[in-house]
Design a protein around this ligand. Structure first.
Ligand code: XIL
Length: 374
């Protein structure tokens, strides 16, 4: 019997035994190996948390999260639209909760994100004049970074500022503030919290053209005498086409600039993509049709096995670079919660993470744990 099956069988046996053993409230998750423990000497293991999870209302993941992860990112609650809904109005409640939660479980918090063209507050979306955008930009960075100064571990200072060809994205920030806005964002963040680590975060930046864009950005930031500590490769990849070679080249390239690399939003979708290229722009969506939702009831075991292999190959590569890779964060905890059920097509059933809809470990979980036993 393959090892993975025997572990699964072990869990089933123990869970069954526990359920027949009244008085002892041990859950299945307590006997699971822990990702954060297994990779303790290699990298932080993170998860993006939803508001339900921050409030510990997501029953399945309440115990699982502190058991498996030592780093957290807010899936939404630190984005400008949520934390800064109107001029001079900040809504810190949820982000504060996340900070308390992380402190309670000794997890590092990555702030996501300060400057991003998506999920902007409505009052900013319609701005056209540079003065107003600049006022928002400076006030937002100073206030949000200032609030968590000394307590937050790191910030995704700028998110998704590049086009696929490596040129600067034609966003509201580029169009009103000009290309120096990126250097300025890092400068302001560094001043507001000199100890927080500062990152640039984006998708597809392992791809050569876009990677060259990142390298040019980093050089510009450094030439201005401003600090940048690392690069977050988001990692929204198809389960059957993880670009391992490009990831490896990127880790080497970022590391030769003196930067850490992180995989910051990892999920391996098993559903067909509507476009030829791999995308993660939340503003680009496609129409639903049945062909695009092949497994509404359950993930076929053959697919789950291929996904497990893909996760194992990725972690094997990242392990080889454990001196350069500082964190691997999953974009969500369990399949039911993943944003990929609603993006780029609403209402699909996707299975991109290590835990299933009942927060139970999938083959992919065991395959990742296994690589450390080899
Ligand atoms: C996603 C969230 O997961 C969704 O809940 C939200 O509706 C849209 O944004 N790249 C990013 C993340 O940097 O912030 C996005 O998160 C996913 C793509």
């Amino acid at each position: 019997m393959p090892a993975k099956y025997s572990i699964n069988l072990f869990v089933v046996v123990v869970v069954t035994a526990i359920s027949f053993y009244p008085g002892k409230h041990i859950s299945a998750q307590q006997i699971l190996p822990s990702l954060k423990e297994v990779f303790k000497k290699d990298f932080l293991i993170g998860a993006a948390l939803s508001s339900m999870q921050i409030y510990e209302k997501d029953a399945g993941s309440v115990k699982l999260i502190p058991q498996q992860f030592n780093a957290v990112t807010a899936e939404n609650v630190m984005k400008a639209a949520e934390i800064h809904p109107q001029w001079n109005v900040y809504q810190f409640e949820m982000a504060d909760k996340l900070m308390d939660y992380a402190a309670r479980y000794r997890m590092k918090v990555n702030g996501h994100t300060l400057v991003w063209h998506s999920q902007l507050p409505v009052f900013v979306q319609h701005m056209r004049d540079a003065d107003s955008v600049m006022r928002f930009f400076v006030d937002h960075i100073n206030t949000v970074v200032g609030r968590y100064k000394g307590r937050i571990y790191s910030w995704d200072v700028v998110n998704e500022a590049l086009e696929e060809d490596g040129t600067l994205r034609r966003s509201i920030f580029l169009e009103t503030l000009g290309e120096d806005y990126i250097v300025n964002a890092f400068r302001l963040a560094q001043k507001a919290d000199p100890k927080a680590k500062l990152y640039y975060n984006d998708y597809n930046i392992e791809q050569p053209l876009k990677r060259a864009g990142v390298i040019a950005l980093v050089k510009k930031i450094k030439a201005a005498g401003v600090r940048i500590d690392g690069i977050g490769i988001q990692g929204h990849w198809p389960y059957d086409a993880v670009p391992l070679q490009y990831i490896e080249e990127s880790i080497q390239a970022f590391s030769s600039l003196g930067l850490e690399t992180m995989i910051t939003e990892l999920d391996l979708s098993v559903l067909p993509g509507p476009w030829e290229s791999n995308e993660a722009d939340i503003n680009k969506t496609a129409r639903w049709n049945e062909r695009m939702n092949p497994w509404p009831d359950a993930l076929p075991d053959t697919v789950a096995q291929i996904q497990a292999k893909a996760y194992a190959s990725l972690f094997t590569l990242l392990l080889k670079y454990n001196q350069q890779v500082s964190r691997i964060t999953f974009w969500g905890v369990n399949d039911g919660q993943s944003w990929l059920n609603d993006w780029p097509i609403k209402g699909r059933t996707n299975y991109p993470l290590l835990f299933d809809r009942n927060s139970l470990p999938k083959h992919a979980f065991y395959s990742v744990i296994e690589i450390k036993r080899k």
